[in-house]
Design a binder for this molecule. Structure first.
Ligand SMILES: *Cc1c(COP(=O)(O)O)cnc(C)c1O
Length: 227
């Protein structure tokens, strides 16, 4: 559905206001970046959100990311890859030069990615995805292994720049369980700060205020903006 500018302005204002309220409870100095997830919406809405001041957008599929980058080529947008990366799409993703890939979820993927980056003399910034709630349906590394895997990727794969961690909140209505998954990830993030981690990407439409209160500094929001 293509939304008019006033509707998108209203939705964006509401989300920004909620982010503001949540971040101020953490600290005046706690800055949160909004990445708008455009995977379910029309390209027209992305252009309108750009007019309203938004720059950062995220997609979860390489093919759609490519189409959108091409269509919106004349706008100075910042693109994030947030979805699971299939090995056969690695070369395509590298060529798109996203500003950040949130979903590096295994050593094997890091190895493949690094090999192809080397061949292209390229590099990419990534977050290590953590399966904080240990859900079978989700990708990501187990929380207790995250620190070692982070270090291993940093040491072995020089064309990958790790910038922090990402998680998807637990899939449940139980707020306590969701909060635990965010807190688990936040602790890992705090531990990795001395290794240069600066991004803790967590929070989606249903749980971003909670995620921010648990220390997130990057939220990925889709459906709350497109209603
Ligand atoms: C779709 C998606 C989002 C946004 O989800 P909404 O609930 O629509 O805000 C955030 N992160 C990831 C990894 C996603 O796939």
């Amino acid at each position: 559905m293509i939304l008019d500018k006033e509707q998108l302005r209203k939705n964006l204002d509401e989300v920004i206001w909620n982010i503001e309220e949540a971040r101020i409870t953490v600290s005046e100095h706690h800055i949160v970046k909004l990445v708008i997830v455009s995977k379910y919406t029309e390209v027209e809405n992305i252009a309108t959100l750009y007019e309203l001041g938004q720059r950062a957008f995220g997609e979860n599929q390489v093919q759609q990311l490519k189409e959108r980058i091409n269509t919106l080529d004349d706008l100075p947008l910042e693109w994030h890859m947030i979805g699971t990366l299939q090995k056969n799409k690695i070369n395509n993703l590298i060529d798109l030069r996203p500003v950040l890939m949130h979903s590096l979820d295994s050593i094997e993927l890091a190895q493949e990615l690094n090999k192809k980056l080397e061949a292209k003399s390229s590099n990419i910034s990534c977050l290590l995805q953590i399966n904080a709630a240990r859900e079978e349906t989700k990708s990501g590394v187990a929380p207790e292994k995250a620190k070692d895997i982070y270090h291993e990727i940093r040491e072995r794969f020089k064309n990958i720049t790790l910038k922090g961690v990402m998680t998807i909140g637990a899939h449940t209505d139980d707020t306590k369980v969701i909060q635990e998954s965010f807190e688990t990830t936040r602790k890992i993030y705090e531990n990795l700060k001395k290794d240069g981690a600066s991004i803790c990407s967590m929070g989606m439409s249903g749980d971003y205020e909670l995620a921010i209160k648990c220390g997130s500094n990057m939220v990925r929001i889709g459906s709350a903006l497109f209603k």
